[in-house]
Design a protein around this ligand. Structure first.
Ligand code: SAH
Length: 370
């Protein structure tokens, strides 16, 4: 057995996996080695979550944000962005459209606000979406850091999954990327609050950030494992020229970014076999075949942007975001073709929850299952 294969086996069996092993796998750069890694991860994926792609319809319902993250295109201080908030009717119109097309799992994402106008709006829209389809639609929220009470109200209204990326577990790097009022510890606390509330919890990081090391990425994976998350969404850091980091970061090495993201997906799959891992839009932005490559390295979830076309251009977290002018049906056809090309199928009409969530519940004493 080659050294790489023996490391792959150790990591897949690891309890916990060694940081050095993770670093070795994440560093693989030669085509043959990387292929071996991806193949190993794909086998784990096929066994645990199947050779299918779970689809989400993504609605970016508002780009108004009170945060000023140095890398993000919709940060509060970016005056070039035209701000919008979709109305209840606009959102429900998109939801109804999606429902007729077989999307049963929706992601509602936005900039971060914590005022009561916003938190009530989100609660009401979640309830409306539940009513619209007689409870048939699964709802994932991604609206940043909120109080546990707010997470609770949104959960009560019917949301059952939540995405909140930790961005990086390197506290120093986190501090460099955010203004002082963003606190890593608080963000991590939000992940704990989400779990306590009963959500299926997703987190993730940006990959290839200026100053980020391979060791940092290994630590990110160890964090995912320690948090026992259900879902991971991670993609390359991409420059947005109207941000402080974008102005300061040099041009990114796209090949290196792509290789790193695919290795991260593969190693995360080896360590966490039964979670959902997204082949993200940022990966698609990096390479037109990025999502398919992500799937063959272990990802099993794809989001299709179904936001009103008139708002898409205003939700640009980074440059080169794909699908700003493509309509959702066209985007779906392109994806179907890509998925077929790698010999997989798309599952429509299902929530597509991570098996991890059920496995964890099955292991709890009955009284705690809720
Ligand atoms: N406000 C919400 C969700 C919107 S931002 C929240 O804070 O969770 C969604 C994700 O986009 C962020 O978590 C970040 O990881 C990613 N993102 C932002 N700017 C980016 C950039 N320049 N390149 C790559 N990803 C970026």
């Amino acid at each position: 057995m080659s050294t790489i294969e023996s490391i792959i086996q150790r990591v897949a069996a690891g309890d916990p996996p060694g940081r050095d092993d993770l670093v070795s796998l994440l560093s693989l750069a030669g085509a043959g080695d990387r292929e071996r890694l991806h193949r190993g991860a794909y086998a784990v994926k096929a066994r645990n979550v199947g050779r299918t792609v779970r689809i989400r319809g993504l609605i970016e319902f508002s780009n108004i944000c009170t945060r000023d993250c140095y890398y993000c295109g919709i940060r509060k201080s970016n005056r070039k962005v035209e701000r919008y908030a979709m109305t209840r009717e606009e959102i429900l119109q998109r939801v109804a459209w999606a429902y007729t097309r077989g999307y049963t799992s929706l992601v509602l994402q936005s900039g971060e606000r914590s005022d009561s106008g916003f938190t009530s709006f989100v609660r009401d829209i979640v309830g409306d979406i539940k009513d619209l389809a007689g409870g048939a639609l699964g709802i994932t929220l991604s609206a940043g850091e909120q109080s546990e009470a707010v997470y609770g109200r949104w959960f009560e209204a019917g949301a059952h999954r939540y995405l909140l990326r930790i961005e990086t577990v390197n506290r120093g790097l986190y501090r460099d990327l955010h203004p002082a009022d963003n606190d890593w510890g608080r963000r991590r606390g939000c992940l704990d609050a989400l779990r306590r509330t009963g959500y299926q919890v997703g987190t993730g990081v940006m990959i290839g950030l200026p100053g980020q090391t391979i060791e940092d990425l290994a630590d990110d994976i160890l964090f995912f494992r320690e948090q026992d998350v259900d879902m991971i969404g991670m993609g390359p850091y991409l420059v947005q020229a109207d941000t402080p980091l974008g102005r300061q970061a040099g041009p990114i090495d796209r090949d290196r970014q792509l290789a790193l993201v695919l290795n991260m997906i593969a190693v995360t799959r080896l360590v966490l076999p039964d979670i959902n891992i997204a082949a993200t839009t940022a990966l698609h932005a990096l390479d037109p075949r990025g999502r398919e490559q992500g799937m063959t390295a272990g990802a099993n979830v794809v989001m299709i942007n179904i936001t009103d076309a008139r708002y898409r251009g205003a939700y640009q977290l980074y440059e080169g975001k794909p699908g700003v002018t493509t309509d959702a049906d066209e985007a779906r056809a392109v994806l179907e073709e890509g998925v077929a090309a790698i010999g997989e199928t798309i599952t429509w009409n299902e929530w597509g929850d991570a098996p991890r969530f059920d496995h964890r519940r099955a292991n709890l004493p009955a009284a705690e299952r809720g």
